[in-house]
Write a protein of this length. Structure first.
Ligand SMILES: Cc1cc2nc3c(=O)[nH]c(=O)nc-3n(C[C@H](O)[C@H](O)[C@H](O)COP(=O)(O)OP(=O)(O)OC[C@H]3O[C@@H](n4cnc5c(N)ncnc54)[C@H](O)[C@@H]3O)c2cc1C
Lengths: 296, 778
């Protein structure tokens, strides 16, 4: 369990970092919190010849709300997302979800960008990003571009980042009026990758009827998995138990495609997803309705 | 006369351990140290056609690569560590023990094939990638039942089948008993376990000193004395040339017993050959394959009872997974055979097991060592019987308990120590009653469960009973010495892996010698300090070493009183020892310190009487006639989320009796740790293997062990039924916590969900399957 030999560079600046990426491409692996990369190297499943350490560039770690978005620098630690009151106030879904990611020690080191770039289909934050319609800012020596969340995740451990690019920033839309957000998952032990999990977002019109809905699942395919038809089934509904049950049934049995693993068979994952969807939708509708009440 | 025995004293060793000052094997740093890594078989079963290490040898920093061929005469299968009891008549045993490096064939994934030594562990691991072994894969045997089919591939080709051993033990006549029974409860029961996942993996550092011609081995072993003798013999050295040190060890649990693991045998050989110190530290991935573990047994068992729930007889036929080799004989299945009798009067018993070779890691004792399997069998059968007969589950146990006046109780079968399975002492009912009281048994079934059910919540209660054979022979020894400083040094041969020996043994000595436990300096597991004894295993440290230390300390006390009597001109029995001073009871102003007495006992000038033995020192030994049997009950209330099948343990109660308690704090710790491992076994830990013998979860990512969040607060109580077999009246407690947890979970989950559970581990996935089956049947 010792990594194969590698070179290690602390870039002096973002430009320097991008130069290194331009020169070495995929062989130069950004080292963020190291919580996934280092174990993979110790198992020799990853053998990068060069590690570029992002930890010493202060310009990569920041967080603020601007233009109706929560904007987060790639090296912002997950613990920061969890505890910063700005996050809870403007994107409560994130604050609700992050405690489910691993354990405090790992969240202290693990970064937002590292978590997203790792693109584990069982991971929570990518699901949140897709459900909220987050945008990813990729940068390379030759320029930068914005990638919508649903185009960022291409498959297991695969993103649309190019070999010369790094992820610089991710932005999440802040909370909308009359909208309820909820997250639910089941893991074998707290902090484990979940057997099943879902983000539910529902927006209500002035009459209290759903005018848009999102259901996105983790561990239900190669990347964050939306259940578009099930979500559409809720449009026009006020969140009746029957509608929620029907949507949960459709999403879990027809739309998602969990692979099954050592801890949960496909059938069990579907069973859990159905239950979690009901729970999350119920909460999301309640929260959306609560939005009608005057703010305290 | 016990100032310290029985007291809740914080541990002497903790400051060292908690501040990172304790020495573990990996802390041993020596000049010029070289590092070892092993090329391990990627196949579960294959013939080795050829091995090419030339590329590895060419890599800069590689010092050497060794195959079985290179070991010459040193290559030999390891010793049989425990022979099957000669006292059992109906048995077959085919001795097949592990080899240091695989020669013609590999028999499990992870079996070492090539040893690489290099300037660093990094280089050594790089070199593993350079090694080319041509394997011819063979058919793989992982399933216990398939292993015995006639067309199964043979793991040891010189044997007629994969059956490694067969033992039949019988008492009374089961078939006759069955004919008289009102009910027969017959089940197929599967009990699986996994690796012990000690926090510290194994490790060996070996150093040969050419100038003193001595070999020193730091080894994460539970039994350094055995290892020293064995290594000396294998290497052709005098025992006095070999020093084995078992320093602090981060958890032993059985697999670190005197195994003569390949690494343990190879590193000393290599150090002598290279004339350079060498180190190997097992990594977690290796540990999943290379350190012994426990696994499955499949039992076909039946219990014959009268209408009022009295057991007439038990029949149990089981298969035991031994792994690729069986160096530890039959200890594990023999313990299962013993524990299937529980603490109950079972007049007629037929038990037959076959130990089976499989293409898997070797099975040897791990905390509980087969007792879990046996306990599960009898406790499950009793639960099913209670339901069938309409008898309360606590009551059916009560009706069958061995009664206090029946001890010593002869179970009329042979135990792992070759002696008849005798229970020295016991008083079972109070333990059960206390557990029922603490868990509020009556109230649970009267109020709590019905109310929960009315709210649609699934609450279940479990209560199970178990026995633990502990403190077996042969013997241990110790040397106790009062030094000129007035402090006391004690050495014993057993190793220490977290049991608190530095405190509990110090308490025993302190009471005899009249000092504080902090003034007792313990040395364990260093053969230069003490080289007699067997080791720390089978919950025997406190019983066997504890009583040896007690005996030596008593001798020293006599010497102290004798010398002091001369100085103070008083009869020895008119003296007392208080706070390091010996004084005349009737006139405490007449006193002398222990330090002064120690100096007097070791004169530097002048003449002594012929035959004088110097020092306030004694070496003494203790060996019990047979083991002391501890017992206890666990009870738990658990809630199951019907949708997610996640558990929440509302209350967990342990009532335990291990005779006289030396230090209740340490005892609580032992029970806590045991229960945590038991919960792991019951609900989290499972080795998943595919049909090719590849382990699918050889990391903590997927091999789940309970975390602090998954282990509930324990409520504990103790009763004390002293063992008549040793002067201290103690029994072992090391394994107790882990033994009944599987049986407890099965019963409590059954109670919550109304389905039948005959296997461990259980998991949300398994519960999902069982509920689906139950629904399909309904
Ligand atoms: C015990 C344990 C439990 C865990 N449980 C969970 C869980 O429940 N849910 C969950 O989501 N995760 C879990 N994780 C994973 C953890 O969240 C991730 O390791 C972490 O989010 C990755 O972030 P990091 O900063 O450590 O990235 P690193 O490990 O440093 O990097 C991960 C990958 O992303 C690449 N990368 C990093 N930053 C960038 C960038 N800016 N641009 C391009 N590529 C980049 C790296 O090169 C590497 O390939 C767990 C991890 C552990 C060890």
């Amino acid at each position: 369990m010792k990594p194969a030999a590698f070179e290690y560079i602390i870039p002096e600046s973002l430009d320097h970092l991008l130069q290194i990426k331009a020169e070495h491409g995929d062989e130069a692996k950004p080292l963020a919190g190291g919580q996934s990369l280092i174990p993979a190297m110790n198992f020799r499943m990853a053998r990068p010849s060069l590690l570029v350490d992002l930890n010493r560039l202060p310009e990569l770690a920041w967080l603020h709300v601007k233009d109706g978005e929560l904007q987060v620098g790639t090296m912002t630690r997950m613990a920061e997302l969890q505890h910063n009151p700005t996050v809870a106030a403007h994107v409560p879904l994130i604050a609700e979800t992050v405690p489910h990611i691993a354990h405090p020690q790992i969240r202290n080191r693990g970064s937002v960008g590292g978590n997203l770039a790792h693109a584990d289909p069982a991971s929570e934050l990518p699901v949140v990003a897709v459900a909220l319609g987050a945008r990813f800012r990729a940068i390379s020596a030759s320029g930068e571009r914005w990638i919508p969340a649903h185009e960022f995740f291409l498959g297991t451990f695969t993103t649309s980042l190019q070999p010369q690019e790094i992820l610089l920033e991710v932005t999440f839309p802040t909370r909308q009026d009359r909208t309820g957000y909820a997250f639910a998952e089941v893991a074998r032990r707290h902090g484990d990758y979940a057997m099943a999990g879902v983000v539910a977002v529902v927006s209500l019109n002035a009459q209290g009827q759903c005018d848009s809905a999102q259901l996105v699942y983790l561990n239900a395919g190669d990347s964050p998995t939306p259940a578009v038809t099930a979500a559409a089934m809720l449009i026009g509904n006020s969140g009746t138990p029957a509608a929620i049950t029907a949507a949960a049934q459709h999403a879990s049995m027809e739309e998602i495609a969990p692979y099954g693993n050592l801890h949960a068979s496909t059938e069990f994952q579907r069973h859990l997803a159905r239950h979690l969807t009901q729970q999350a939708l119920k909460t999301a509708f309640e929260r959306a309705r609560a939005e009608f009440l005057p703010h305290p | 006369m016990s100032t310290y025995f029985g007291k809740r004293i914080p541990r002497n060793e903790d400051p060292r351990l908690l501040t990172g000052q304790a020495l573990f094997v990996d802390d041993v740093q020596l000049p010029d140290l070289a590092h070892v890594a092993f090329y391990r078989s990627p196949y579960a079963h294959a013939r080795i056609l050829s091995i090419d290490v030339s590329a590895a040898l060419a890599r800069p920093g590689v010092i050497g690569c060794y195959t079985a061929q290179d070991l010459g005469d040193y290559w030999s299968p390891g010793p049989l560590l425990v022979s099957p009891p000669p006292t059992i008549e109906r048995k077959i045993f085919h001795q097949r023990t592990q080899v240091p490096l695989a020669k013609d064939k590999v028999r499990h994934v992870g079996e070492p094939v090539v040893m690489v030594v290099a300037e660093s562990r990094y280089i050594a691991e790089d070199a593993l990638d350079d090694i080319w072994v041509d394997f011819e894969p063979l058919g793989v045997v992982v399933d216990l039942e398939q292993a015995l089919q006639t067309d199964a591939p043979l793991i040891h080709e010189d044997l007629p089948s994969n059956m490694g051993a067969q033992v039949i033990q019988e008492k009374g006549n089961y078939e006759t008993a069955k004919a008289q029974a009102a009910v027969i409860i017959a089940r197929r029961i599967v009990y699986d376990r996994g690796p012990s996942v000690a926090m510290e993996n194994r490790g060996v550092v070996a150093q040969w000193d050419s100038r003193t011609q001595r070999l020193t081995v730091w080894d994460s072993t539970q039994a350094p004395v055995f290892i020293r003798g064995g290594l000396a013999a294998m290497l052709g050295l005098s025992e006095s040339q070999v020093r084995v040190v078992a320093p602090f060890i981060g958890g032993g649990f059985g697999p670190k017993i005197m195994m003569f693991y390949p690494e343990e045998v190879l590193l000393p050989w290599l150090a002598i050959r290279l004339k350079r110190p060498v180190k190997w530290i097992e990594d977690r991935q290796e540990n999943f394959y290379a350190t012994t573990q426990e696994r499955s047994q499949i039992h076909h068992c039946e219990l014959a009872l009268t209408q009022d729930g009295k057991i007439l007889g038990l029949r149990d036929e089981f298969l035991h997974d031994g792994g690729a080799y069986m160096p530890y004989g039959l200890t594990v299945p023999l313990n299962s055979q013993a524990n299937s009798l529980g603490g109950y009067i079972i007049p007629n018993y037929y038990s037959e097991f076959k130990a089976v070779f499989t293409n898997r890691t070797i099975v040897t004792p791990y905390r509980g060592a087969g007792r879990q399997h046996g306990t599960f069998v009898i406790e499950r059968l009793l639960d099913h019987a209670a339901r069938e007969l309409g008898i309360d589950k606590a009551e059916i146990r009560r009706r069958n308990f061995i009664q206090p006046e029946q001890f010593p109780f002869n179970n009329e079968i042979i135990f792992q120590d070759f002696a008849p399975l005798m229970f020295d002492s016991g008083n079972y009912e109070p333990v059960l009653d206390k557990a029922l009281e603490m868990i509020e048994y009556e109230r649970f079934y009267r109020e709590i469960q019905p109310q929960a059910r009315a709210e649609g919540r699934k609450l279940g209660l479990g209560v199970v009973f178990y026995i633990e054979g502990t403190g077996i022979g042969p013997y241990e020894g110790a040397r106790v010495q009062v030094e000129a400083s007035g402090k006391v040094s004690v050495a014993t041969g057993i190793g220490t892996q977290g049991q608190g020996h530095f405190t509990s043994f110090a308490q025993i000595v302190a009471d005899q010698v009249g000092v504080r436990p902090q003034d007792v300096m313990m040395v364990t597991g260093d053969t230069d300090q003490f080289h007699w004894g067997a080791g720390t295993f089978a919950s025997r440290g406190a019983v066997v070493a504890g009583n040896a230390i007690h005996a030596a300390a008593q001798d020293v006390r006599q010497k102290i009183l004798h010398h002091a009597g001369e100085v103070l001109e008083a009869a020895p029995d008119a003296l007392e020892i208080v706070a390091g001073q010996v004084r005349v009871q009737s006139d405490p102003t007449r006193s002398i310190s222990l330090g002064k007495l120690a100096q007097r006992a070791n004169p530097m000038r002048g003449a002594v009487e012929p035959g004088t033995v110097p020092g306030l020192e004694s070496t003494n030994y203790f060996g019990p006639r047979y083991g002391a049997t501890a017992f206890g009950a666990h009870a738990m209330i658990v809630e199951v989320d019907e949708a997610t099948l996640q558990l929440k343990i509302h209350k967990y109660v342990v009532v335990h009796d291990c005779g006289k308690v030396i230090n209740p704090l340490i005892l609580d710790g032992q029970i806590h740790g045991g229960v945590a491992q038991g919960i792991g076994n019951a609900f989290y830990e499972q080795l998943h293997m595919d049909e090719n013998g590849q382990l699918l979860n050889a990391s903590f990512m997927d091999f789940l062990i309970p975390t602090a969040l998954d282990v509930p607060h324990l409520e504990m109580a103790h009763t004390e039924t002293p063992s008549p077999l040793n002067p201290l009246g103690v029994k072992g407690a090391g394994e107790a916590g882990a033994i009944p947890v599987g049986a407890l979970f099965a019963q409590a989950l059954e109670d919550a969900l109304g389905l039948e559970i005959n296997e461990i581990p259980i998991s949300p996935q398994k519960l999902f399957e069982l509920t689906a089956t139950a629904e399909a049947l309904a």
